[in-house]
Design a protein around this ligand. Structure first.
Ligand code: PLP
Length: 397
């Protein structure tokens, strides 16, 4: 492929020389895994997200699991999860032993609304499930109407965990105004990249301390927290090697080396967001003539994270299939992806909960396609994507 026909993925990281230098410096330091950069990254992250406390861990999935553990979800509990999301939003609930009840989403935005949330609550009630939590997902970077969802949640005493993996940098995501926890990912396609990585934000200092314990095996070192005087102390002083475990934990630690990258990347978040916005506006303008065959997923009026640029296409009406359409784009060097296959359709969840009919999710899923969007894209790349889409659509019509 010639230089101007190089592959444009649907998303990718932006790593610059100073990011590389920050990682190299961390590699030469005394700490590869937990060291001083973990707390420094957490402090920077809390600042960027407007959060009281930020707990770093090694993936967005781990962040969701820690948040679910922060709520002490477990067997016998149920959490509502919109089906139009990545597997991890639901799996993190199951990892605690709690059950998932899937909610439908709006057919155009793909978001859980107060209506689909209420519907899920009343349906779950029919199955006599005790709903303790819900996981609103800010799909593509569009923030759910958290105020409305929180009103609904409050009436039924339901806690909220925001899956904000698409929404780092949006002022209302991460501040926990309406939620107990918000979870982020620093996977390379997300807003900042550390390879693997995740963060939970919360206003609850005790929950933050507990999640820090759970991310490292549930180990307790502090003298005041130890239960056994007899094992742990000698002549009134703590034995130097002694630690305790009071509940099961994991190894969800984020290494110092990756925290170094995270700190460096966070400094660029405003610039990345600004570029994402410029690209989205250029797409908006250039794609407008392709309506009604192709329409951008509605983005609403509130600040948007622009993690993904999703378009909605009625492939059947165009006389094609999404697979053929994606293949034709790929042949032109344009990568696209489907976000997401509704999770309730996964064999694991079908086996566990039986068939569900969620028409809003089906309507969104059948039409959605994420086209390339990442900060290092050039305007000419955007023009090339639109030209290729335009040619494919006029050929199909
Ligand atoms: C990326 C993502 C996750 C999981 O994050 P990882 O860091 O890949 O574990 C969870 N939910 C959503 C919506 C995501 O986009």
């Amino acid at each position: 492929m010639s230089e101007d026909r190089r592959m444009l993925p649907y998303g990718r990281q932006t790593i610059e020389d100073d990011d590389v230098a920050a990682v190299a410096a961390a590699l030469r330091s005394d700490f590869l895994t937990t060291g001083p950069l973990v707390e420094e990254f957490e402090n920077h992250f809390a600042g960027a997200a407007g959060a009281a406390h930020a707990v770093a861990c090694n993936s967005g999935t781990a962040a969701l699991h820690l948040a679910a553990m922060g709520l002490r979800l477990g067997p016998g509990d149920t959490a509502i999860v919109p089906t139009l999301t990545f597997l991890a939003s639901a799996n993190a609930i199951r990892m605690t032993g709690a059950e998932v009840f899937f909610a439908d989403v709006d057919p155009d935005s793909g978001l859980m609304t107060d209506a689909s949330f209420e519907e899920a609550i009343s349906l779950a009630d029919k199955y006599r499930r005790e709903i303790r939590a819900a996981v609103p997902v800010h799909l593509n970077g569009r923030i759910c109407d958290m105020r409305s969802l929180a009103n609904v949640a409050k009436k039924s005493n339901i806690a909220l965990i925001e899956d904000a993996c698409h929404a780092l940098g949006v002022p209302s995501a991460g501040a926990n105004e309406y939620s107990d926890f918000a979870c982020f990912s620093t996977h390379p396609v997300k807003m900042i990249a550390t390879g693997e990585g995740g963060v939970v934000t919360t206003k609850d200092a005790d929950a933050a301390a507990r999640m820090r314990k759970l991310r490292s095996h549930g180990m307790v070192h502090a003298e005041g927290e130890l239960l056994s005087r007899e094992e742990g102390f000698e002549n009134g002083a703590k034995r130097p090697w002694y630690y305790e475990m009071h509940e099961i934990g994991w190894n969800y630690r984020m290494p110092d080396v990756l925290c170094a990258l995270g700190i460096s990347q966070l400094k660029k978040l405003p610039r990345f967001l600004k570029r994402r916005e410029e690209i989205a506006r250029l797409y908006d303008r250039l794609l407008a003539p392709l309506a009604p065959a192709l329409k951008p997923a509605p983005r609403g009026n509130d600040p948007h994270g622009l993690h993904l640029y999703a378009v909605l296409i009625d492939f059947e009406k165009l006389g094609t299939t999404r697979a053929k359409f994606m293949d034709a784009l790929r042949a032109e060097g344009i990568g696209t992806q489907v976000h997401y296959l509704p999770v309730h359709r996964q064999p694991y969840y079908r086996d566990r909960y039986g068939e569900r009919v969620l028409p809003g999710a089906d309507a969104y899923y059948s039409r959605c396609l994420s086209i390339p969007l990442y900060p290092s894209m050039q305007d000419a790349d955007v023009e090339r994507v639109v030209e290729t889409l335009s040619n494919l659509i006029s050929k199909a019509q």
